[in-house]
Design a protein around this ligand. Structure first.
Ligand code: UDX
Length: 445
């Protein structure tokens, strides 16, 4: 099929390259001409494992092209995927859907033949129905232009896998039926469906809600285990062993029960806030008040990390802190609402001398936190450090040799913000180790 993907962010570039890889002719569209010229050269402007190579390969094959022209995309495609961002509004919890509105306002009047638009972005429930009505007014082809919602569940760091081998595909259509959209979706995803992926057809509102409910559930799971970690700290219990034991219960599962610095990134934090805001508009705010607590538990992890650092060093004034990790999670260069960078910034503002290293997120970190010091390696970040903080669980940090690191620091103190280190190895190498919610014997400080 001939497909246009609108919005060349994380989601859009991944979707465009993956759709080309399963045999479609794809055009990636963005209003940012710099981004388009980078992509035309086969270069992805952010880090995602494997995506640079896949994009370059698809560009070379001719199956993936890029344009800044909506006219060109409208002439080219029969199916469109909307993949623009829906960030949190400034000063409010609600989501800013203006980028989606402008896609519809720009593209709508150009649609003069049958087409299907699939929304992939995460939106407040009710948005799709509103866009559908607007599209009817704008598109010369009128009812021959259908709007369906096909939410994306991809995780950064696993974006290609999650697009080509998703846990499920969800397509929401208008209640009066949009038979064309379902047929087109089945055709586009035929190779994905052939491998047995569940295909769920539902209405527009349910499809919008599936996505936001999934993210709210994941956020709740993380905050749940972090709340339990606080109790473990108070009771002298060990949250890692507890999570392993809980995870054996198939109704609960072990995934997303890693206690530590909590969740960040461009999705979970803003999605739970937008969900609360939308529920409020719908008069269902009471249903989601628990998400305020989920958010509060999560944000508390960051201040607690700063407090523990102060407690361990006696003060923060003039203390040299080596911070390992700036990305919101490993295998990503994304620093949007990154807990790691937030902690590094708070420590610096409270008088510590902070040196940060991250394998991939240095450029992005410098842009949003230019006042922090950045080092060129983990060793360099920890040189002369009074304390080392591991704030993103990159493989490189898990594999650090505590004996080698001991040679460059001033004090052998490590605060494992992600409970990701082999603590016994660090203790054996003479380090004082502190995790989150870990048994005091393994937290020897
Ligand atoms: C998330 C959803 O997983 C994905 O389905 C959706 O499409 C977009 O939002 P992503 O933001 O890429 O994906 O990250 P995810 O892997 O969900 O991690 C989110 C945050 O939670 C990270 O900061 C991570 O470090 C943290 N986390 C995750 C924990 O603190 N503990 C865990 O056990 C798991």
């Amino acid at each position: 099929m001939r497909i246009a993907v609108l919005g060349m962010g994380y989601l859009g570039v991944t979707h465009a390259a993956c759709m080309a890889s399963i045999g479609h002719e794809v055009m990636g569209v963005d209003v940012d001409v710099d981004k388009i010229s980078q992509l035309r050269a086969g270069h992805v402007p952010f880090f995602e494992p494997g995506l640079d190579a896949l994009t370059a390969r698809m560009v070379q094959s001719g199956d993936l092209r890029f344009t800044a022209s909506y006219e060109e995309a409208a002439r080219f495609a029969d199916a469109f995927f909307i993949a623009v961002g829906t960030p949190q509004k400034r000063g409010e919890f609600a989501a800013d859907v203006s980028a989606i509105d402008s896609v519809i306002e720009t593209l709508g009047p150009m649609l003069d033949r049958p087409a299907v638009l699939f929304g992939k972005s995460t939106v407040p429930v009710g948005t799709a129905e509103r866009l559908r009505s607007r599209l009817k007014e704008l598109a010369p082809a009128g009812p021959d232009v259908e709007l369906a919602w096909n939410p994306e569940f991809l995780r950064e760091g696993h974006a290609i896998h999650d697009t080509l081998e998703p846990d499920r595909l969800v397509v929401g259509t208008a209640q009066q039926g949009a038979p064309g959209a379902i047929t087109v979706a089945r055709e586009i995803y035929s190779s994905v469906l052939a491998s047995g992926t569940p295909f769920i057809v539902t209405d527009l509102a349910t499809s919008e809600l599936v996505k936001i409910a999934a993210n709210a559930f994941l956020a709740t799971k993380i905050s749940f285990i972090n709340a339990i970690a606080e109790v473990c700290e108070a009771a002298g219990a060990d949250v890692v062993e507890l999570a392993d034991a809980l995870g054996h219960d198939r109704r609960i599962g072990r995934a997303f029960l890693n206690a530590g610095l909590g969740f960040g990134g461009g999705c979970l934090p803003k999605d739970i806030r937008a969900f609360m805001a939308r529920a409020g508009e719908l008069g269902a705010d009471q249903a989601l008040t628990f998400l305020r607590e989920v958010d509060a538990i999560n944000m508390r992890r960051r201040t607690q990390m700063v407090d523990i650092t102060r407690q361990l060093c006696g003060t923060l004034l003039g203390v040299r802190v080596g911070v390992l990790g700036a990305a919101f999670k490993p295998d990503s260069d994304d620093v949007r609402d990154s807990p790691a960078l937030n902690v590094a910034g708070q420590l610096q503002l409270q008088g510590a001398a902070v040196s940060v290293y991250d394998p991939k997120a240095m450029d992005n970190s410098r842009k949003i936190f230019p006042t922090l010091s950045y080092a060129s390696s983990a060793m360099a970040a920890c040189a002369g450090a009074d304390i080392v903080l591991v704030l993103t669980e990159w493989e490189e940090f898990r594999e650090l040799n505590p004996r080698e690191l001991a040679a460059v620091v001033s004090h052998r103190r490590v605060l494992d913000g992600r409970n990701c280190l082999d603590h016994q190895r660090w203790i054996d190498a003479g380090w004082q180790y502190r995790g989150f919610g870990r048994r005091p014997s393994s937290a020897a400080m």
